[in-house]
Design a protein around this ligand. Sequence first.
Ligand code: ADP
Ligand code: MG
Ligand code: MG
Length: 906
Amino acid sequence: METLIEKQPSVYAFGNKKADGRRDMKNLLGGKGANLAEMSRIGIPVPPGFTITTEVCAQYNEEGKESVINRIEPEVRDAITTIEETMGAIFGDDENPLLISVRSGARVSMPGMMDTVLNLGLNDESIKGIIKMTGNERFAWDSYRRFIQMYSSVVMGLKPESKDDLDPFEEIIDHLKDKRRIDQDTQFTVQDLQDLVYDFKDIVQKRTGKPFPNNPWDQLWGAIAAVFDSWNGDRAIYYRKMNGYPEDWGTAVNVQAMVFGNMGDDSGTGVCFTRDAGTGENVFNGEYLINAQGEDVVAGVRTPQQITFLGSQRWAKLAQVEEEERKESYPSLEELMPDIYKELFEYQNKLETHYQDMQDMEFTIQQGKLWILQTRNGKRTGAAMVKIGMDLLKEGLIDEKTALMRIEPNKLNELLHPIFDLDALQEANVIAQGLPASPGAATGQIVFFADEADKFKYSILVRVETSPEDVEGMNIARGIVTARGGMTSHAAVVARGMGKCCVSGAGALKINYKTRTLKVGDHEYHEGDWISINGSTGNILEGKVATKEPVLSGEFAELMELSDNYATMEVRTNADTPKDALIARNFGAKGIGLTRTEHMFFEVDRIKAMREMILADTIKGRKQALKELLPMQRNDFEGIFRAMEGHPVTVRLLDPPLHEFVPHQLATQKELAEELHISLAAVKGKVAELEEFNPMMGHRGCRLGNTYPEITEMQTQAILEAALKVKKEGLTVKPEIMVPLVGTVEEFNQQKAIIDAMAQEVFKKRKDTVEYSVGTMMETPRATLIADKIAENADFFSFGTNDLTQMTFGYSRDDSGKFLPIYLEKGILKHDPFEVLDQEGVGQLVEMGTQLGRKTKSDLKIGICGEHGGEPNSVAFCQKVGMNYVSCSPFRVPIARVAAAQAAIS
Ligand code: ADP
Ligand code: MG
Ligand code: MG
């Protein structure tokens, strides 16, 4: 049967101020393709070309190469014809050949995808045409040898044999340089370049067993297939996992007419940003090279020059280049080609306003004509993200909601990292100076290879330059140093995206991969030596330099305020000590959602009394020991109440299995026996008695308080006495007493009766009262099922999603390390459910518990205090089910505040 549905095109053309695609078609055309189309639409000069859709990639993965190529061939041939007409050149022609680039491009820019192939279409015939057209034999042969080099490595997989081997092509180049006694590529003669082409082709045949393809169409199909294949390459898979991007997105392929930045001194290529991607400062900046092509700027082979005059002066100061030398050898584009600069400046302005966000652009100048090759929302550090967002808001380019929604909450983490202590910095010995490529402070041991970044706990990856293969190791390392490359080098861009500290282009470093050494002047450093790097100044320092906590400044504070204006849930913190409570207050926590009292018992002076209590055989003995613990607990609570300055504090009664408090080693058991004046056998006996087959489901939580009510009594007394004391000091105190691990109504009710009785006793004795509430942790599946009944007596619920996840999945938190990684790897689970709340399963229990609880008490206060309370997706879920607050660790409070605002907006 014929279908009437019109076939979806596989190919979308752009160029000549027109385009089939648009910016909002990223899912179909990939980010690069959608933006090339958009730029063309709004009149920015883009070399003509077309995009093969991501849907074709999906078909390719399903049906295989042959079938897909057959189907799209007519459309691709038509699209090439259109480019030929626009450019007035013919693909593969020996008179007037068209050359093209083949570029990958997923929805979001992914370092794992196939590298771009430039100059495709060159062969032994079309080279003649290029020579004839340009009259520039040097340029033609140089382009040809670059093409073979690129195509062979990217498409045919010709790579160095081992990691400290040179690239086979670089080896041939070096060999020829030695023979000819020259040291620059630019010194090659035309004959040299021609020799290189034939030597290159020989090595391709030798290493791959296949001849280098001469037919341009074979070249093109090879490249297209390689782009699709790269979607399932190791690098791409790793990057997808790291960022949680789904596998079915696929990549598009962009095919585009070449423009040449290497046609002489009136040509060049560069990269620029509409604002500073490291700091967020509102200054146009970037780098370029004269007479260069494609990745030359990023690859760090030559020292790139700054685009703006201001940038050039700043650079010269850091690179210690005198003004005269700067002007002579490294002038800015603004000085060298003022007209082109003006045009570029206008485009960057236009693009930033059009996209309403900081743009990262690529451009090429061919014989005095400017072409834009790419624009995208620029990767940036956490600090730049905040500053740019708040600045764009102030400039009126975006509104408050947009500003808030653009923040990636997890990226705020970077702003909470330690920074170098100024005094320690002053005393530190500077090894070398590079460029401040990605701000921050990092200290670690030197490694020279990305795949060895995990050799030390804290490593600094030191490379001549980095490449996409290194991304995994860069992510593991604490910081990154490169000897070559500028502010837009691969290392710099990737590091900023990861928020990782990076110093690039430290030219004084002489790195020897074979001996694994780093030489600066006559100092030599080895693998494993400690260094510190300052990504904000570009300094590389000897040894470990001390760090301190960051201060949260201007725009960050503004962002927090803005978040609170929109958020409807409160953000509390999980804090067990006054110190943590203070940190959280500084980050804006509006109370404590969980104080774990057991942490207070682990301190040296207390563990003894605790053990005495546990080892006691009688109630009397236990009460005696508890009496010793009482003042200590009271003291802790006072500190916490004071730190929270009138905000509510939820204190959880003792929760962990008792065996965690007793010594398990003979030596410490002996010590304890001596201290308590009892026999070693008695200690051993008690320890054995406490041994449980499954402690996580054993004698813990409210089962402790129900079997040993005196523990609940002592803790209640300590909490309320502390509250009364702090109240006397003139502060408001709002204690909330929380009963853990409840599963039945009676479990809770009996604990509550004990708490209330003790409260009356304390109030009577002290002749004063304080308002307190008693609630429960919702962390067993059963509790969520009978939540309506628990709510009859409970003042609040707090979902303890760590235990709830453990018990719903039946995964022991302590043993899940054995299988969770494999489950994630195999895709059995999408996320670690202890990190990201399982909304599908555990979430149902949370939702049901909330609804049942509110059915009984419509204003029941409900929150979450598991690790999930600071995870943005889970925060959004908490908003959806109608919680009053989320509680998370102190350093996640700012993240949760933004996440809560975002959840309220959407
Ligand atoms: P990436 O995604 O790694 O940035 P690109 O596809 O943007 O890869 O290309 C790599 C380099 O090649 C960039 O510098 C880009 O500007 C350049 N380039 C790509 N296509 C062309 C072209 N048609 N003409 C000139 N330069 C090109
Ligand atoms: Mg690019
Ligand atoms: Mg628990």
